[in-house]
Design a protein around this ligand. Sequence first.
Ligand SMILES: Cc1cc2nc3c(=O)[nH]c(=O)nc-3n(C[C@H](O)[C@H](O)[C@H](O)COP(=O)(O)O)c2cc1C
Ligand SMILES: Nc1ncnc2c1ncn2[C@@H]1O[C@H](COP(=O)(O)OP(=O)(O)OP(=O)(O)O)[C@@H](O)[C@H]1O
Length: 320
Amino acid sequence: MRIVSLSYPVSAEIAKEAAEPKVAAIGQFDGLHQGHASVLTTAINIARENGVPAALITFYPHPKDVIGKGNYEGYLTPQPDKQRLLEEMGIDILYIVEFNKEFSQISPDTFVEEMLFPLNLQTAVVGFDFRFGHKGAGDAAELQKLGDGKMSVVTVPPFLVDGEKVGSSAIRIALKTGKLSDANRWFGRNYHIRGSVIHGEKRGRKIGFPTANLELTDPYVVPALGVYAVRARMDHQDNWIPGVMNVGVKPTFHEGITKPIFEVHLFDYDGDLYNQFMTVDLVQYIRKEHKFESVQELVEWIQRDADEARKILNASESKF
Ligand SMILES: Cc1cc2nc3c(=O)[nH]c(=O)nc-3n(C[C@H](O)[C@H](O)[C@H](O)COP(=O)(O)O)c2cc1C
Ligand SMILES: Nc1ncnc2c1ncn2[C@@H]1O[C@H](COP(=O)(O)OP(=O)(O)OP(=O)(O)O)[C@@H](O)[C@H]1O
């Protein structure tokens, strides 16, 4: 997959390089959920039928991050994950348009004239609720009109699960409210995070549950605080190791921690993981984090969590 960073207006150099006709999906595509997959598969199929490359035109940072004055709560698929998944899906060219204040002000016709035409789109593929231009003034019908016969527009109907449109906003809410099973069903895979193993407070081993403390590699959406059945895979290794993860602020020991800590206890594993990178697949949400009266009580609960996680992971589709 070729990755091209763009900013508005498109430079003559990029326009020259982009001269070949192509089919492109357009949109944010954070999460690459099943609704996004339906749009991308449509674009890829049309591209293959016509013997031209399949592209995605997407925006970074997330518009809400720019317009929302920095209070955006993270990405479902930060850039490295998004690039890997798009490559696996079969996208040939990824255009990443720098989303900034100036770009957020441009009108639908300027977007088409000064961004899409220079990229020579034969066909633009968008979802049924696609909006573009300043304040989302344009929609798919407007895009078709502005395409002016030079660019055709294919609109993909809603991809539904249980009668509801699958969308990134709903997935974010589900993750943050402990409805991981909904989020995973809408993704069509398990939500995952990735981090490097850093030093924690070193209490875990003493209480019988050593944990790998993770520093996230990217600004992921933080799921609901609490305990999860997980599978973890170290970078450059193929096997998934079952475990249990706490996302929390350790209220039993601390008051006033505000940044959630990600801690993974891997089952039947006894290696040194410091400084290694780990991808953690969140399989099921087990419970909320509690403030326990004693360390003894906490340990009993962690034991129960571990037993439950083993059962969940044994019953779920095997990945190892
Ligand atoms: C499965 C699991 C569940 C946990 N649940 C809680 C909890 O409900 N409340 C809490 O204060 N800490 C909880 N913790 C965090 C422990 O307090 C933490 O792992 C322990 O203090 C060791 O941390 P350290 O190695 O960074 O010192 C949990 C940890 C694990 C692995
Ligand atoms: N369930 C879906 N079915 C069909 N098209 C979709 C679906 N979800 C998103 N799309 C389309 O994919 C493109 C990218 O959408 P966008 O990234 O805004 O996602 P979204 O998941 O709809 O986000 P949000 O939930 O915040 O509205 C748009 O063209 C949109 O119309």
